[in-house]
Design a protein around this ligand. Structure first.
Ligand code: FNR
Length: 340
């Protein structure tokens, strides 16, 4: 089929940014429902992913990558197959390739995180540590581009001077990547600092591949209409949103922002349907609750230990029960079908 061979395009798109803990399957599906074109998974570390086994989950109708301790590190499904970008943390070309080849037929593209300034990323030479090792960047990206059939991209922060930033992105472009996401902040800048749109603009002019502008959530992008403004201010082909989407993923919707109460319910339905880890479900709901996290609802969410208890907080017990019945029916069918 022609569509299954179409490569994901990164030009003129709006994307859900990679976010640790936030970018799991329920949030990605919700972002797609509201109109995101592309959704990045949370950063997954190559060393951990390399130990995972790919398992088809017939009950949930997902593909799971399961660690030796049975934890599901990455869960995906048909619905997002042409839209999900697998982001990894890596500092090793060969290991990166091993992981990329493990997941490539289940995802639309592979991304390398080169912007995370947190210690757990940089201590292994990953994330923003890569920015000071362009030879390593080149080796990783070239190895991936040559070794996988899907588009390869990377996400960087800006370097201390414009010259250095431009020389880096020109080197990156030569590796054959399909796009570059640029978080317009310096490595030591915090998320509350203003984003440097002038740097992103200069990058977009310096390369011919699509540039995905990132970093606009706090001061620039509060509603859907602001996305276009940010795109223009950054002179970029595309936009990637992290916090604005984490607070209310309906920011992707051209119909306007939905009340977050309703968005949380839709989120929770996906979390139930895909058996999301309850602590992850809670974490994401608390991000959406924001300053209401100490409200009666917020307290109920915080004290819940299971998806069933979280459902009660939102009055979704019936939905929870019906979904469990459906999943049980499928479990029974799968088990009887596999009998000799
Ligand atoms: C992030 N960010 C991030 N970046 C990345 O490349 N991989 C990741 O796993 C994460 N994890 C993550 C978690 C959370 C909770 C936040 C808020 C952020 C950074 C993110 O993708 C983005 O670059 C910045 O947040 C700036 O974009 P916004 O928030 O201004 O749209």
């Amino acid at each position: 089929q022609a569509t299954s061979w179409r490569r994901l395009s990164f030009s003129n798109i709006t994307a859900l940014a990679p976010m640790v803990r936030v970018g799991t399957l329920p949030m990605r599906l919700l972002a797609l429902d509201y109109g995101a074109d592309v959704v990045y998974c949370e950063e997954l570390i190559d060393i951990k992913m390399a130990l995972c086994q790919r398992q088809v989950n017939d009950v949930l109708q997902t593909v799971d990558f399961v660690a030796p301790d049975d934890r599901v590190m990455f869960r995906t499904c048909e619905r997002e197959k042409d839209r999900v970008v697998f982001q990894m943390g890596t500092a090793d070309p060969e290991r990166a390739l091993t992981v990329a080849q493990l997941v490539e037929k289940d995802v639309a593209a592979i991304d390398v995180n080169m912007g995370c300034p947190k210690e757990y990323s940089t201590k292994g030479g990953m994330g923003a540590a890569l920015l000071s090792d362009p030879d390593k960047i080149e080796a990783i990206l070239r190895t991936l581009v040559a070794g996988v059939s899907k588009p390869v991209t990377c996400k960087i922060r800006i370097l201390p001077s414009l010259e250095e930033t431009l020389s880096l992105v020109r080197r990156i472009e030569k590796t054959g990547v399909a796009a570059i996401a640029v978080h317009g902040r310096f490595k030591e800048e915090r998320p509350r600092h203003p984003v440097h749109c002038d740097y992103i603009q200069a990058v977009a002019q310096a390369v011919s591949i699509p540039v995905i502008a990132n970093g606009g959530s706090l001061d620039l992008v509060k509603s859907n209409g602001d996305i276009q403004e940010f795109r223009k201010a950054a002179g970029a082909s595309s936009v990637m949103l992290a916090r604005a989407a984490m607070w209310n993923p309906s920011v992707f919707s051209g119909q306007g922002l939905l009340p977050v109460e309703r968005v949380m319910e839709e989120y929770l339905k996906y979390a139930i349907r895909y058996d999301n880890n309850p602590f992850n479900t809670k974490y994401c709901l608390c991000q959406m609750l924001r300053d209401k996290v100490e409200s009666p609802l917020g307290k109920q969410v915080q004290s819940a230990q299971t998806n069933a208890e979280i459902s009660e907080a939102y009055g979704l017990q019936d939905f929870y029960r019906q979904t469990q019945e459906q999943l049980q029916a499928r479990r029974d069918a799968v088990q009887s079908g596999s009998r000799p």
